[in-house]
Design a protein around this ligand. Structure first.
Ligand code: PAF
Length: 304
């Protein structure tokens, strides 16, 4: 690994400063100091840096973020780190899908510049650490169902920003609330990184891509796209002037009658603050979280 890192540094520093290595081999970095050594060289050469934070188990949704970074930044870092702090005690940390080898292969094919895949000890050497907490918006929707989740996400993303000082960082609209929270954190803490939100990538049948979709049984996979369909029906009804409360209640009943087992929320919210709206507005976002058996799906659509 060290040799590859050195070769990478040599290449970056002395040979061409071209975008890609001649070989497809990618530099996988495990420590903060190794990453900072590479960044120092990039910075000395006035190269812009794009960061794509992920928890691995990469799919086309991630690849769209990475492609956006490759097109906007001189250098792209993809992080692979399953952040234990953002999983509740009853959640799926132990079973969260991971396949580092296949992720690395995919990232090599995309010509990403560096993978940052630290261990938990590297990210949290002292265990309990300073926590970033995002008020108000962090307590709504996902925050209400997953207490502490957004603190943990904001904290790890803030650490990744402090480690790499990226010019750009890329997040999918699939996790719309997470995107707003990162934008707020960057604004509140004067972090000089531009947050780039990227559209949701869906399967042909409408299901939003997610690493957790692998949990769905064959039968449940057929039911899952209904969440997206229902969000669109809510939008149509709302635009047609139907009463929102009635529309949302009907939508919940439809989901439950079609195989969903529990609805955490289905709401029309202000697109910036995520407060629930009583009257339809074009400044809205429609968001939902629902379970099929043991699998929790989230999705959202824009209004316009
Ligand atoms: O969206 C995710 O995959 C994670 O929440 C993130 C942003 C990588 C932080 O762990």
């Amino acid at each position: 690994m060290l040799m590859r890192l050195k070769q990478g540094l040599f290449h970056q520093a002395n040979i061409t400063m071209l975008k890609n290595d001649t070989s497809n081999a990618i530099t996988t970095v495990r420590t903060v100091s190794d990453l900072r050594n590479i960044l120092k060289i990039w910075r000395n050469n006035k190269l812009t840096v794009g960061l794509v934070p992920t928890m691995g188990a990469l799919h086309d949704g991630h690849f769209s973020l990475i492609k956006r970074s490759l097109s906007l930044s001189d250098r792209t870092i993809v992080t692979l780190f399953v952040n234990p702090k953002q999983f509740g005690s009853n959640e799926d940390f132990d079973t969260y899908p991971t396949d580092e080898l296949s992720d690395i292969k995919a990232l090599e094919n995309l010509s990403v510049d560096v993978i940052f895949a630290p261990s938990t000890e590297e990210m949290y050497p002292t265990g309990n650490i300073t926590n970033i907490s995002i008020p108000d918006i962090g307590d709504l929707l996902e925050g209400a169902f997953r207490p502490g989740f957004f603190d943990a996400v904001a904290t790890v993303v803030c650490k990744l920003f402090m480690i790499s000082s990226p010019d750009f960082a890329f997040f999918g609209e699939k996790d719309y609330q997470q995107l707003l929270i990162i934008e707020k954190m960057v604004q509140d803490l004067n972090i000089p990184t531009e947050i780039v939100g990227c559209p949701i990538i869906r399967s042909k049948d409408g299901l939003a891509l997610s690493s957790r979709n692998v949990y769905l049984s064959e039968k449940d996979r057929l039911v899952a796209p209904l969440l997206y369909k229902i969000l669109n029906e809510i939008l149509d009804d709302a635009k047609n002037g139907e009463e929102l409360k009635k529309t949302l209640n009907n939508a919940k009943m439809n989901l439950l009658n079609s195989g969903f087992t529990q609805i955490d929320y289905l709401k029309i919210c202000d697109k910036k603050y995520l407060t629930e709206l009583n009257n339809f507005s074009f400044d809205a976002r429609i968001l939902g979280a629902a379970w099929i058996g043991n699998t929790r799906l989230i999705d959202n659509i824009r209004v316009n």
